[in-house]
Design a protein around this ligand. Structure first.
Ligand code: ATP
Ligand code: MG
Length: 417
């Protein structure tokens, strides 16, 4: 893509009310647009990053048998009243609205109720189980504190997967597969080294649930990390009993700030009982379906990556989620030589080898282009000047490398791998 065609502009200033590092960088680099507190629109570069994160999540969810759907955000209160989540504790999080004809509806903050209701049409026998269904869909939450940029949106993307099993044993086996799939997702998006699967409070049907927490200075959560064993525990479950269970002692744990990027939860039959999702087992006995739910926040994940890798010059994307693989920057010739034709040829060659290229063909100074490239944070940069054109070379440099190297044009593709 030619950068001269990209409608978004980088900017030096951020909205004065924006205090979070992730949103400051993402706004300045033109990845997101701030509509209001806690509400961000994705611009082309940001959408590319989110799409890459989503593609990785899809592959891992499909690999454990997840089937993708896309459900409505509009929610029927009757369903939520049956599980006691329309009023009470959950009500602060709802965005609710009146219908023109006098009814009421909600904007979904999660989807256990509608998916359970939906599955009643498709599950009736033990032969229909196990199944798992997921979506990557927009959620709405009336978050009180929305000062963490895209880490805590009032509207945000969630991948939510729900599992439907015959027995708790079958559910436990699926849960273990989901744990591995989540570990894979966070490794693949570049957060593996700083993301822990933490022990969290389990709710009604299992002793623990698990959260995936990424170490991050600005994180709102606090986790306790056992570095040697690679185990971590959430603050709310840090008790003697839990430490005993895990065979660790408090003195070996280090307190660290973190952001929850995902979580997995055994739900037992809470939702299937309340909404009537049951099946007939092999001997004709009616039983409740055993469920689990599994969330990941793709937009929060983008924000965490911006937060933990961004430096004083701008964003720094891991290869796997970068908006483009390569940033080609052509420097104008002072003598009027056509360096563009040479740079375009190189761009086409790299694209034909399967790489995505942002080609900076804008008539700006080298300094302005480099500053933008630093801000946008594409992991590999090729700078092309008139001198390079004459020598049939380019200058190659990683986003955070101090030194550049000059390589022959014919070598580029083999060096990009
Ligand atoms: P938190 O404790 O941070 O509020 P949560 O426990 O409410 O998170 P879940 O309801 O489990 O989160 O949602 C599943 C996933 O969705 C989370 O792990 C997170 O990645 C993402 N998520 C939750 N709330 C938000 C939000 N307001 N903005 C962006 N992503 C979110
Ligand atoms: Mg929350």
């Amino acid at each position: 893509m030619k950068q001269s065609q990209l409608f978004t502009k980088t900017r030096k200033e951020v909205p004065s009310d924006e205090v979070s590092k992730n949103a400051q960088l993402l706004i300045r680099a033109g990845f997101v647009h701030k509509e209001m507190a806690g509400v961000y629109s994705l611009l082309p570069l940001g959408l590319r990053v989110v799409n890459k994160i989503n593609a990785i999540i899809r592959e891992e969810m499909n690999a454990i048998g997840g089937q993708e759907v896309h459900m409505s955000a509009l929610q029927d209160p009757d369903m939520w009243k049956k599980t006691d989540r329309w009023e009470g504790d959950a009500k602060d999080i709802w965005f609710k609205t009146q219908l023109g004809n006098g009814g009421e509806l909600g904007l979904g903050f999660t989807h256990e109720e509608p998916i359970t209701n939906l599955m009643k049409n498709h599950i009736s026998s033990y032969k229909d189980l196990p199944k798992s269904v997921y979506q990557i869909q927009t959620k709405y939450r009336n978050e009180v504190r929305a000062k963490s940029g895209v880490l805590r949106g009032r509207e945000f993307l969630m991948k939510d997967l729900y599992s439907f099993c015959k027995t708790q044993e079958e559910q436990d086996a699926f849960y273990a597969q989901a744990q591995q799939a989540y570990t894979n997702v966070f490794a693949r998006v570049g957060l593996g080294e700083r993301t822990y699967m933490t022990f969290a409070s389990g709710g009604m049907f299992s002793k623990y649930s698990h959260e995936f927490q990424t170490l991050c200075d600005s994180g709102e959560d606090t986790i306790y990390v056992h570095e040697q064993k690679g185990i971590a525990v959430n603050k709310e479950v840090l008790t003697d009993e839990v430490l005993n269970d895990l065979g660790i002692v408090r003195d070996d744990l280090i307190e660290k700030p973190a952001v929850e990027v995902g979580n997995i939860f055994s739900l037992g039959t809470r939702f299937s009982d309340a909404l009537g999702l049951s099946y007939l087992d092999a001997s004709g006995v009616q039983k409740s379906v055993v469920m689990g739910s599994y969330g990941i926040g793709p937009t929060r994940t983008m924000g965490v990556i911006a937060e933990v890798y961004g430096d004083d010059k701008g964003l720094v994307w891991p290869k796997s989620v970068a908006p483009f693989d390569v940033h080609v920057i052509v420097l104008e010739s002072k003598e009027g030589a056509d360096v563009h034709a040479y740079a375009e040829k190189i761009t086409t060659d790299i694209e034909q080898a399967g790489y995505e290229v942002l080609y900076d063909d804008r008539p700006l100074t080298a300094g302005a282009k480099f500053a933008d490239a630093d801000l946008i944070g594409i992991p590999m940069r090729l700078v092309i000047s008139e001198k390079h054109m004459h020598n049939n070379t380019v200058e190659m440099k990683g986003r955070t490398e101090a030194d550049a190297r000059v390589v022959n044009a014919s070598e580029i593709c083999s060096l990009l791998v």
